[in-house]
Every structure is written in structure tokens, then in C-alpha cells.
Ligand binder design. Structure first.
Ligand code: NCD
Length: 482
């Protein structure tokens, strides 16, 4: 969550009405007056580690008797706004809401909505959040769409996948599965395999694993490696070090890919390095397989016609002896059907656990059940509008590229000196050759020390000096001689 809470901030989370006590081994239900301010779930960074643990405990209770908690959210409605196909995420959210005693509104086929008449996402969110529903579950093809929606929504927005950026509730489901199956997350070795470039489930999962102190073994499909911006974020935020990995022990699974080991642990156990081959992958705790995200491919990515495939013989590798096999689903051919019968395959259980974890998420965000421990969410960043000039976000899939009327360019500060900034919607770092001040109308080289004196809300980004001159800016003395 950013400190900027958007144009429609101030949504009243108080919901009237008597709350009947829940029965059985029930979590404590808050009355409307005690309910905390509206909270959104846009990125996995929005949830603290302590909150995740509390959500797991809550999910355990919901899972123990899913039909016993219908008094938790009576009279509450969630709206599913799905601009992309979904089976598990939408149905498990709706099942969760119904099991909590609430109701659901579904716009699963947004082409039958006013979108076809040209309605913006921001307007749709204001309408649906303005009385139709108490929470909005949003899936959208543009990166940063949920962040934008949260700025306009008076009710909690839950990101159910925004382009290839993030899918935080799938990650909470995945982490919950690791927690149930392995009893802990810290220190685990988790293989992420397949399309690591476009899988939003992989990106959110990687950020969370790093935060928990788990190690990641990337086994990408050739051409679909983990993007640099994800690796950089892992490095900057969680001090994760990437290193080449020797994945021969993974057997057939890694036979056609270049494995990379990502570890947040320092100092590294140097004894485990095997000379030039890099980190030797030994036994792993989980394999997380993903399908090719062809709907987001440009056509040139898949250099190899055969996609990675987890088969029965790959499961025989010694390194996978104690590994659970996970998949966010849907699968295509990347896990052969014969692996389903293997007791280590948990992907159908994983999908089933999507309901109790989403019951926990909904009852928490609706302010109905307090979490026992709070902790600080990881990503509390202020965001600032760009006072003038073109949109500096370089990402063509960013929501600010399509929702031009409502997603005015905004940025967050990654580093003050030298100044590095990121798009507040899609989190991609902005590149700029020249930085100006909207007050003084002077522009500077990006490394100039004086930039630190410019207030964030006066920062303007230009592609080059010509653009700055064209906008009526003057060069700083240090640049004038050039
Ligand atoms: C994932 C998604 O939509 O990103 N599916 C899901 O939510 N379970 C993974 C995928 O589509 O490959």
C-alpha cells in the first residue's frame, strides 16, 4: 500500500448492524465500529510476515470445518471483476465469501459490461465500490491495474492477478501450502520452473520466499528466464544474491535450462559451491511448475519447441525425494498425468486450500476478524504525481498507458542519491536522461547532487535535453557549457 490513498480515499469501513457471535471454534468477529481503516491487497508486499502467519492460523481454523463460519460476514458482498479468464481464483473467492455467509456479484466476462462502451477501470471501480459491494476482487491484463483501482476504491481491492506483475492471493495460497506441508518456509529450497518471465504467480511467490528467507532455484524454460527487474527487486529489497547453479541433481527437469540459485542468506556457505559450475543444487523441498503464459508472449520467446515437463522419471531424482510438487494450475503438458498419483504431488490439494486462505483474507480485509499479530507490511511507500511532461513509465503493459485519464503518471522513490524512481503502478524503474524542477524550470544531469534539494512533487523527467528545452526548461549551470 502506498501512503497515497487516492482521490476517493476515506471510504467508511464501518458497516452497521448487529454482529451475532459465531459458533464453534470461531475467530473473534469485530463489530463495525471497531473495524480498521480500509486496507487493500495489491502486492504481496502489502502483508507483513506476522500477518501471513496469522492468516495461516485463521485458514487452519476455517479449513477444520468450512461450513461452521457462515456467521462471519453475513450481509457482506464481494464483487468479482474479471477482465481475464479464471477458474480457481474466482470460484475459490466466491466459495470463500459464500462460506463466510456473504454474497457475491460476478462480472466474469467483462466484455459484457460497460467496458465495451468505453468505461474506464477507475469509473467501474467507483461504481462497484460505491455501494454495490464491500470488497472488489479484480483480475486485469494491465500491470498496476489493482494499484490504480485501490486509489479509486472506498472498499478493499484484492488483486487477483494484474498482467504479469503479481498475484498475491495465489502466493498466500502457495505459502500456506508450504506451511502446511513443510511446517515452515524459512530456509526451504524451492524450485521455480517453467515460464518465469510472464508468470505473475512466480513473481509474487519469489518476493515472498525471499522475504521469508527461503532459497529459490530458478529452472526457466529457455527464453523465459526471471526478468531482470524481478531479480533487481529481489536484490535491492531482500539482499538476494543470484548465482549460477549446477542443477544436474534435478535430473531430467533441468536438462534443457540454465538454472540460477537465488539466496537471501548471508554469508553463503562457501563449502557448497562446486567451482565453476556454481551452487550445487542438492535436495529441494518443493518444485513449483508453471505453464507457458502464451497469452502474454510476443511470439519470439520460445526458442525451444519443447517446454519443460515433469515426468515420472524426473521424480525419481534423489534431489526430489522429499519435494512436494506444486502448480498454481491450470496445467497444460508441463506435469504429466502419471505424476498425479505420486504422493508428493499436492497441486489439487493446493487448489483446495485456496478456499480457507481466501476466507481468511476476506474476513480480515472486511474488518470482521482481527489478525492476532500485525507487524509492518513490507512495502509502505509514498507516491508522487509527475507535475508535467509525458508519462515516464517505459512499460507498454502498464495500466498508465491505457487508462490515461485516471492513471496520471506517479512514481515512488527507490533511492534519493543518485535519484532512482519507479512507476507507482507497475513498479518498473523509470529511466530518464535529464531531471527538472517544475518550480525553477531548471534541468539537471541525473547524477547532479542538487537534485536532492528538489521536492519530490516538483520532479519532472525528460528523455533528453532537447525534450527539456522544448518544454521551456533551462539547463543548470553545470550543464550549460555542454
Ligand atoms: C494463475 C494465473 O492466473 O496467473 N492461475 C491461477 O490463478 N491459479 C496461473 C496461470 O494462469 O498459469
Amino acid at each position: 500500500m502506498t501512503q497515497d490513498t487516492g482521490p476517493d480515499d476515506g471510504g467508511d469501513p464501518e458497516r452497521g448492524g448487529e454482529v451475532r457471535p459465531v459458533t464453534g471454534d470461531a475467530p473473534q468477529v469485530l463489530s463495525g465500529a471497531e473495524a480498521p481503516a480500509v486496507r487493500h491487497l495489491v502486492s504481496i508486499d502489502d502483508v507483513s510476515i506476522e500477518e501471513m502467519h496469522a492468516l495461516f492460523r485463521l485458514a487452519d481454523r476455517f479449513a477444520s470445518d468450512p461450513r461452521a463460519f457462515a456467521d462471519t460476514c453475513p450481509g457482506f458482498i464481494s464483487a468479482s471483476l474479471f477482465y481475464e479468464p479464471s477458474t480457481r481464483t474466482r470460484l475459490s473467492f466466491e466459495s470463500a465469501m459464500l462460506r463466510l455467509g456473504g454474497g457475491v456479484l460476478t462480472a466474469a466476462e467483462m466484455t459484457s459490461s460497460s467496458v465495451v462502451k468505453g468505461e474506464s477501470l477507475a469509473d467501474t471501480i467507483r461504481v462497484v465500490g460505491g455501494g454495490y459491494a464491500d470488497a472488489i476482487v479484480l483480475r486485469h491484463p494491465s500491470e498496476g491495474a489493482a494499484r490504480l483501482a485501490a486509489r479509486y476504491s472506498p472498499v478493499p481491492v484484492i488483486n487477483a492477478g494484474d498482467g504479469s506483475l503479481e498475484h498475491p492471493t495465489q502466493t498466500l495460497c502457495d505459502l500456506y501450502n508450504l506451511h502446511v506441508e513443510r511446517g515452515k518456509i524459512e530456509g526451504l529450497d524451492v524450485v521455480l520452473a517453467g515460464d518465469l518471465k510472464y508468470s505473475r504467480t512466480v513473481h509474487s511467490f519469489a518476493y515472498a520466499l525471499a522475504r521469508f528467507g527461503a532459497n529459490i532455484v530458478c529452472v526457466p524454460q529457455a527464453g523465459l528466464e526471471l526478468p531482470d527487474y524481478v531479480v533487481e527487486r529481489l536484490h535491492e529489497e531482500f539482499q538476494v544474491e543470484p548465482m549460477r547453479a549446477d542443477a544436474r541433481r534435478l535430473g531430467n527437469l533441468a536438462s534443457n535450462s540454465d538454472a540460477v540459485y537465488l539466496t537471501p542468506q548471508k554469508p553463503h556457505q562457501l563449502s557448497l559451491f562446486t567451482d565453476a559450475r556454481g551452487w550445487e543444487v542438492q535436495s529441494v523441498d518443493a518444485v513449483y511448475m508453471t505453464r507457458p503464459q502464451t497469452e502474454r508472449h510476443s511470439g519470439s520467446e520460445l526458442t525451444d519447441t519443447t517446454y519443460l515437463r515433469l515426468e515420472k522419471r524426473a521424480m525419481a531424482a534423489e534431489s526430489l525425494r522429499d519435494a512436494v510438487v506444486m502448480h498454481p494450475l491450470p496445467r497444460r503438458d508441463e506435469i504429466s498425468d502419471e505424476v498425479d498419483a505420486d504422493p508428493r504431488s499436492i497441486y489439487f490439494k493446493q487448489a483446495a486450500r485456496g478456499v480457507p486462505i481466501r476466507m481468511a483474507i476476506l474476513s480480515w480485509l472486511l474488518g470482521r476478524v482481527p489478525l492476532e499479530s500485525a507487524g509492518e507490511p513490507h512495502g509502505q511507500q509514498a507516491s508522487y504525481g509527475v507535475p508535467m511532461g509525458p508519462n515516464p513509465c517505459p512499460n507498454p503493459s502498464c495500466i498508465s498507458r491505457t487508462e490515461t485519464r485516471h492513471a496520471e503518471p506517479r512514481f515512488t522513490i527507490l533511492e534519493r542519491e543518485p535519484l532512482r524512481v519507479a512507476c507507482a503502478y507497475c513498479t518498473r524503474e523509470l529511466s530518464h536522461a535529464v531531471i527538472g524542477c517544475s518550480r525553477s524550470r531548471i534541468f539537471h544531469a541525473p547524477e547532479a547532487g542538487t537534485i536532492r534539494l528538489i521536492l519530490p512533487e516538483h520532479l519532472v523527467f525528460f528523455e533528453d535535453e532537447e525534450a527539456a528545452l522544448g518544454a521551456g526548461f533551462r539547463p543548470a549551470a553545470s550543464l550549460a557549457g555542454h
